[in-house]
Write a protein that binds this ligand. Structure first.
Ligand code: SPV
Ligand code: MG
Length: 290
């Protein structure tokens, strides 16, 4: 079964899928070993990896290159964060072909204008497209996909832009009508009541996706109780965990004047060899290097 078909089948069975952000093949491997159901090719994480703000600065080519590298080292389905789809409906048509070929099983397209600004930043410029124009982009994505299992997820930033629940619901319904398979409803409120209220009010025909970055208290059990959320994306946890570990190790090495203490608390190089599939390369050497 293709990863996309697998993803679709599990959503249809009303499972709650846990999708971890990946900014590299190594982070994807670690997510797979930890038991996540899929990977989020996060725009925020890749931007941060390049030391850049998440403001449409990382190119589609850079994102696709990383997605291909991730797909080469993980069997998990990949949900690609394509931001605004890199422009209008014509750009979306081009992007869908590229992301399908690169190995994604789903894309998330958001209803902001290009160039976008990170949703979580305080005082961010959050301009939304006209509903009809975004419906055109969703329609273009649906018409372009070659694999009918490839998921088109429409993300509304209406709550992020401060337009309120009624507008978020109106937009979500319009996007489902345009053919979206799921609706991602995003919120930067620290209080999960905004998302819980939206989820209770949602009577649309397609299930919801959430990204509990700003409201970490909403755990799996509470999400399941809401009933219509099928996918939870841990949107920036990979890069934050990696940066936390590096910041602390680097600080200690400077403070200690060497690596004599820190080495006990970080992975041994043998574990990195394992993640690199060194054994397979060694076996190939023994077999083929004559
Ligand atoms: C991402 O991970 O790139 C996201 C989630 O889109 S957020 O940064 O919370 O908007
Ligand atoms: Mg993003």
């Amino acid at each position: 079964m293709s990863p996309a078909r697998n993803l679709r089948a599990r959503i249809a069975k009303a499972s709650l899928l846990h999708i971890m952000a990946a900014h590299s093949p190594l982070s994807a491997l670690l997510a797979e070993e930890a038991g996540f159901d899929g990977l989020w090719a996060s725009g925020f994480e890749l931007s941060a990896l390049f030391g850049l703000p998440d403001m449409s600065l990382v190119s589609m080519t850079q994102h696709l290159d990383m997605l291909r590298a991730i797909a080469g080292r993980s069997t998990l389905p990949i949900v690609a964060d394509i931001d605004t789809g890199y422009g209008n409906a014509i750009n979306v048509i081009h992007a869908i072909g590229e992301y399908e070929r690169a190995g994604a099983s789903a894309v998330v397209i958001e209803d902001k204008t290009f160039p976008k600004v990170s949703s979580l930043i305080a005082g961010g410029r959050q301009d939304l497209l006209r509903t009809e124009e975004f419906q055109g982009k969703i329609g273009a994505a649906v018409a372009t996909r070659r694999d009918p299992d490839f998921l088109i997820i429409a993300r509304t930033e209406a709550l992020i832009a401060g337009l309120g629940e009624a507008e978020a619901l109106r937009r979500a319904e319009a996007y489902a009508e345009a053919g979206a398979d799921m609706i991602l409803i995003h919120s930067k409120s620290k209080d999960s009541s905004e998302i819980e209220s939206f989820s209770r009010a949602w009577t649309g025909s397609v299930p919801l996706v959430i990204v509990p970055n700003a409201y970490p208290d909403l755990d799996g059990q509470r999400i399941r109780a809401l009933g219509n959320i099928r996918m939870v994306i841990y949107g920036n946890y990979g890069i934050r965990a990696a940066a936390t570990a590096m910041q602390e190790a680097f600080r200690r090495i400077r403070a200690d004047g060497g690596v004599q203490n820190v080495y006990k608390d970080i992975l041994p190089v043998e574990e990195i060899f394992r993640l690199q599939n060194m054994e397979v390369a060694k076996a190939a050497e023994a077999r083929f290097l004559c």
